[in-house]
Design a protein. Structure first.
Length: 114
């Protein structure tokens, strides 16, 4: 099965910004919800943000007002714009396609540190 491919992670100082991207060449990409999850060391994986095929978004409370999820169905991309990053945002970020057979990316590391 084809997997989503994330990019855009890295090291950033507190208060900085990063934009994550996820490419997924699935024929039915536009129909199903895409989501970003993250997993910090020693913690469970958690949902960060999701977006339906029609563009309806949902965010976990800790990122509301700082993160924005968006998608380009024509290019089969989903993005996560992350502003005002905090050390607690440090984690591996995973892209997930919520189709009939869910597909996960390999993850991209985001480290927020001075």
């Amino acid at each position: 099965q084809v997997q989503p491919v994330e990019s855009g992670g890295g090291l950033v100082q507190p208060g900085g910004s990063l934009r994550l991207s996820c490419a997924f060449s699935e024929p039915f990409f536009s129909i199903y919800t895409m989501a970003w999850h993250r997993q910090a060391p020693g913690k469970q994986r958690e949902l960060v943000a999701s977006i339906t095929g029609g563009g309806r978004t949902n965010y976990t409370d800790s990122v509301k007002g700082r993160f924005t999820i968006s998608r380009d169905n024509d290019k089969k991309l989903v993005h996560l714009q992350m502003n005002n990053l905090k050390p607690d945002d440090t984690a591996v970020y995973y892209c997930k396609w919520d189709g009939p057979r869910a597909a996960w990316g390999q993850g991209t590391q985001v480290t927020v540190s001075s």
